[in-house]
Design a protein. Structure first.
Lengths: 441, 257
């Protein structure tokens, strides 16, 4: 009875026929393989444990069209999203397509290669790592991205190279008549003792529905350091499904900070995989949502060897009818001793209709480890509100100040000045908007 | 200035009466001390005057400068000159002392029709006040009470009092957690801040603080009522005899529990 399981075709399966033709064999092989996988993988639904809390209707009920048929409007006034520190180290993608004229890559110094993946497909590192680092099993989103992407960000640091400026990877999504799907791609290979800061920014220029599926692979080799800031400012009706994964080798450091502000539905699945001893990594997140936004983070920190310091602070503020989901998996494999791992998920509920699901998930098979975790869901402490009121602040102002203070902790470690400031402004705007909406109700 | 009339107070929604008919009059220029054992209701009295939302007044009134303040929010009371130094000052990570104080000072100034101060002017203003409680200027850039020791928190409360210049200061166990040097500094600060146009209500367990701040009136609170009032010599009597003789006294009058 060798009957193949029939897959109910989803919108991604239907759009697969628009996959681009490829002249180079590496891309062609990848596409053929991805198409085959996609055609035998079902779209997720809420009966699967990993998707039990996540409402996928915004994806399922949207008739996405190929980008060419979306009727996109031009991207204008985009310079305001350029960060000054990356004046000469910036890659710009619009709806997933590389735009050389807005990009600028001259300012990084010796040993640093930055450019469009499509222009580097012959390179050894690209052939070795591209799509080989993603370990998301039976994942239609990764498969779809691998099938469809043409351009992407490629960042390579030679041994000992230090990027002289932070690299901004700016992903812009335009307004359009019809909803489209974009597939941004990123590959970062940081050789021994190299050092780089990456600002990955996703920005919706309109208020339209689109879906972006960014896939990002990072290889941090021995004694290399990466500081990775991910800012999600997609359009308020967008869908953002991202898969960023990093592999950390001996003595290396990888610190990642994800700030989720936009999109109607976000599903973020960051992963860090330990490949050798003596590593230090961070997987922090800040989620500020309101209205009917859904923001879901499913993370994995996989400790496979001894001597790791790992850190995850995931803070969430929920207002309106928004819904936050957090599942933080921490694996400590057998023989991975002397692990010092810390996970904290703190949720602040500002409204009666907001919803938070949180599920820390620690699976520890070694016996000499220190793993602490905590998850809290709460409202603003009335005693704190009273304290500030007794100092003359109105109740609204007191709540605004406390919300702002709650959120600020997660972005303190963002070390690029203009980005830090930008994030403070975003936090301020969120808390301000909230207190104003309450005053008028 | 402050007139509390037959005040009955319950915990909101629980129906448990904590204050059972408190009468107290505080005139400007005066210092009052309210003493009593744990759970007697003295901290509640301070919080209710400052407007804590957890409590509900079931009977009686609180008059401040001739008007009832029961319907006023805590911030409106602060604007009118009421200040509560907390027994357990709240930590507010992420908000610096400087930011909190400038925000507070300017809203209070605006509501009293006074000139707001710009950051530079405010900085000068703060420096003078810092000296009053012997605090390091570094305090200003630290988050409000975050990681402060118990003594530092209490000193910070008095520093805030110095900056905000209230007309009625309710100091809730400001002496607890202070070593003898810190106690002297805090007491000196309070003495310097106190003048003929403002009033201070000290809430304390022990007579110790009253060696440094001499009250005009001392009240003993037991079981939600003021059971005895007198001059500063009452505090000394309490130090010698404890509260037991007054608790008996309260029971004899048929008012215990």
């Amino acid at each position: 009875m060798a009957l193949a399981t029939r897959i109910e075709p989803s919108i991604l399966h239907k759009l697969a026929k628009y996959a681009p033709e490829s002249e180079n064999s590496v891309w062609a092989d990848l596409r053929a393989k991805s198409l085959k996988e996609l055609n035998s993988t079902a779209f997720p639904h809420r009966k699967i444990e990993e998707w039990i809390f996540t409402d996928l209707r915004p994806i399922v009920r949207t008739d996405f069209v190929p980008l060419e048929e979306a009727g996109t409007f031009p991207a204008t006034d985009i310079e305001k999203y350029f960060i000054p520190e990356s004046d000469r180290s910036r890659l710009v993608f619009i709806n997933g397509k590389f735009h050389e004229k807005y990009s600028s890559i001259g300012g990084l110094g010796k040993g640093v290669t930055v450019g469009n993946l499509a222009d580097h497909s012959d390179e050894e590192e690209v052939q070795k790592y591209l799509n080989n680092l993603v370990n998301y099993e039976d994942d239609v989103f990764v498969q779809y991205n691998a099938l469809m992407f043409e351009d992407g960000a490629y960042i390579h640091l030679e041994k000992g190279a230090k990027a002289e400026a932070p690299i901004q990877v700016l992903n812009l999504y335009t307004d359009a008549k019809n909803p489209f799907v974009a597939t941004p791609r990123m590959l970062v290979v940081s050789e021994e003792e190299s050092d780089v800061t990456i600002i990955e920014d996703h920005i919706g220029l309109g208020e339209n529905r689109y879906m972006t599926i960014p896939v990002c692979e990072v290889k941090v080799k021995e004694s290399a350091h990466i500081h990775h800031v991910r800012i999600q400012r997609d359009s308020i009706d967008a869908i953002h499904v991202s898969r960023p994964i990093a592999y950390v080798e001996k003595n290396s450091e990888y610190h990642s900070y994800t700030i989720t502000l936009g999109a109607k539905l976000t599903r973020n699945e960051p992963r860090v995989i330990q490949e050798d001893e003596e590593v230090d990594f961070t997987l922090d997140g800040l989620v500020l949502i309101d209205g009917e936004q859904i923001a879901d983070t499913h993370s994995v920190m996989d400790h496979r060897f001894s001597h790791a310091d790992s850190h995850q602070l995931h803070k969430v503020v929920v207002n309106g009818k928004a819904h936050s989901i957090f599942n933080g998996k921490i694996f400590v494999r057998r023989d991975a001793q002397k692990i010092d791992s810390f996970q904290e998920n703190r949720n602040l509920l500002l409204s009666d209709d907001g919803l938070v699901n949180t599920k820390p998930q620690l699976e520890i098979f070694a016996d000499d480890v220190l793993c602490s975790h905590g998850a809290t869901i709460g409202q603003l402490d009335p005693e704190e509100v009273f304290y500030l009121q007794s100092r003359g602040m109105t109740e609204e102002k007191a709540k605004e100040v406390l919300t702002y203070a709650f959120a600020l902790e997660t972005i303190e470690n963002v070390k690029v000045e203009s980005v830090h400031k930008l994030l403070i402004d975003e936090v301020y705007r969120y808390t301000k908007a909230n207190s104003e909406s309450k005053v008028t109700v | 200035m402050l007139e509390i009339k037959d005040l009955h107070v319950e915990v909101e929604g629980e129906g448990i009466e904590i204050l059972k008919g408190v009468n107290l009059t505080v005139n400007k220029g005066e210092i009052h001390a309210i003493m009593g054992p744990n759970g007697s209701g003295k901290s509640t009295l301070a919080k209710i005057v400052a407007g804590h939302p957890e409590y509900e007044v079931s009977k009686g009134d609180i008059m401040y400068n001739g008007e009832s303040i029961l319907e006023m929010d805590p911030d409106e009371r602060a604007h009118a000159g009421v200040f509560l130094a907390f027994q357990y000052p709240v930590e507010v990570p992420g908000v610096t002392n400087n930011t909190l104080l400038r925000e507070s000072y300017n809203t209070i100034a605006a509501s009293r029709g006074r000139e707001e101060l710009d950051p530079l002017e405010f900085d000068d203003y703060l420096r003078d006040k810092l000296e009053l409680v012997d605090m390091n200027p570094d305090f200003l850039e630290r988050s409000v009470n975050a990681g402060f020791s118990g003594g530092e928190k209490k000193r910070n409360e008095i520093f805030q009092m110095a900056v905000l210049e209230p007309t009625l200061s309710l100091l809730d166990e400001t002496d607890s957690g202070l070593d003898i040097d810190a106690l002297r500094i805090v007491a000196d600060g309070i003495n310097k801040l106190h003048g003929e146009d403002d009033a201070v209500v000290l809430i304390t367990h022990y007579q110790r603080l009253l060696n440094y701040i001499v009250p005009d009136h001392v009240h003993v609170m037991i079981g939600g009522k003021i059971v005895k009032s007198g001059g500063k010599e009452l505090a000394i009597e309490l130090e010698e005899k404890g509260y037991d003789w007054l608790e008996t006294h309260a029971t004899v009058n048929g008012e215990a529990k």
